[in-house]
Design a protein around this ligand. Structure first.
Ligand SMILES: CC(C)(COP(=O)(O)OP(=O)(O)OC[C@H]1O[C@@H](n2cnc3c(N)ncnc32)[C@H](O)[C@@H]1OP(=O)(O)O)[C@@H](O)C(=O)NCCC(=O)NCCS
Length: 338
């Protein structure tokens, strides 16, 4: 529980409110009852009040103190529809907004937007896309960010020593391509986007007590390989340094050069990151998603995430296979970031 101590202490003094989109899921109710009992945060559960209460009673979960809100009977629905229609002007009609708000993923997200909650956790039954899309459309990227990405914090304790590393983006961006305007001019290069992922992942890592040494990964080390996304990883290093001159970042590196001092001595002896990286940036979602799961399943790391980065408010996604304990921990992380 080491990495949660500080977050928990902060939450106790700053009482935030989290909204759970799947209010009648047993895992959510179990986590909610624990969060309420420990007085860590206010809890809003989306769903039909009778169904939520029955599910809580069936599971033996005490959810006294939770607010249950049902989109079907929400008294301020008209105002929420109007606010969403304004935000989505030109993209969604009022009728489309009303239909979207009948579902708890959009409804919960609008509760955050309207200031009724500080954070949202969903995805116990919704897919990642259905949890994240409302946030992208309504909460939007924060000032100075061009894209939302995600990272995982991986934690393990071995022989009494705690080890924490970070990996991004393993869950959101399907690829990085240059964004161009109507005339074909590049307005946001792919490398700049990957650099933003690196900077945001380092910030998230720092939030969790990691002193980030960022390696932008590839199948090439300092130009040893060509093709694929090698150039993207290479260019992202310079872009990341330009974006945040205080960042300790280097690459492009193969994973062994990034983590093994021995390999680093041979391949890139002058690097301040090689051999000691703790924050890993993947040029492709496939590599990132597979990579963090290898660390989790074969490396014995506990994986927390995906933690969304670059949004205006903390919204996070659960895995549909999540346990009640994972919901509890992700709620602490999510509200802790508010
Ligand atoms: C995140 C994801 C759902 C977005 O896909 P999408 O909804 O098809 O995206 P669209 O291109 O239709 O864009 C929808 C809106 O989100 C915005 N958006 C999309 N990706 C974004 C990003 N990375 N950052 C910021 N905004 C983004 C778009 O600008 C658009 O906004 P607008 O409607 O106001 O113009 C998609 O990238 C995805 O499925 N990612 C992988 C999720 C996954 O399965 N992960 C593995 C499991 S952990």
């Amino acid at each position: 529980m080491g990495m949660f101590d500080k977050l928990i202490a902060n939450l106790r003094s700053s009482k935030k409110t989290i909204v759970f989109t799947e209010g009648n899921d047993a895992r959510i109710l179990s986590a909610a009852s624990k969060l309420l009992k420990e007085e860590l945060m206010g809890v809003i559960l989306c769903g039909n009040a009778d169904e939520v209460k029955k599910a809580a009673a069936d599971g033996g979960f005490d959810i006294t103190g939770a607010e249950i809100v049902d989109p079907a009977t929400y008294p301020e629905m008209d105002a929420l529809v109007a606010q969403m229609a304004e935000l989505r002007r030109g993209k969604m009609t009022e009728d489309e907004c009303r239909a979207a708000l009948s579902k708890s993923n959009y409804f919960g997200t609008m509760l955050v937007k309207a200031g009724k909650a500080d954070a949202l956790l969903g995805g116990a039954t919704y897919s990642t896309a259905d949890t994240v899309r409302p946030a992208l459309q309504i909460i939007k990227t924060k000032k100075g960010s061009n894209l939302v990405s995600s990272s995982f914090i991986l934690f393990r304790e071995k022989d009494g020593v705690e080890e924490k590393i970070s990996m991004g983006d393993c869950a959101i961006n399907l690829g990085y391509t240059d964004r161009v305007d109507k005339e074909g001019n590049v307005v946001l290069s792919a490398a700049r986007q990957l650099a933003e992922v690196a900077v945001e992942t380092a910030r998230t890592a720092a939030f969790f007590g990691i002193d980030p040494k960022v390696a932008i990964l590839s199948f090439s080390t300092y130009g040893s390989g060509k093709g694929g996304t090698v150039q993207l990883s290479h260019d992202a290093v310079a872009e990341a340094r330009a974006l945040d001159p205080t960042l300790t970042v280097d690459g492009e590196f193969q994973f062994d050069a990034a983590v093994s001092a021995e390999v680093a001595r041979t391949k890139c002896p002058d690097s301040k990151v090689a051999g000691q990286a703790n924050t890993f940036i993947f040029p492709l979602i496939e590599a990132g998603n597979i990579g963090y799961k290898i660390a989790q399943r074969l490396g014995g790391f506990e994986a927390y995430g995906p933690i969304l980065q670059g949004l205006n408010a903390p919204i996070n996604d659960l895995s549909r296979g999540c346990t009640a304990d994972e919901v509890y921990k992700m709620a602490i992380i999510t509200a802790g970031m508010a």
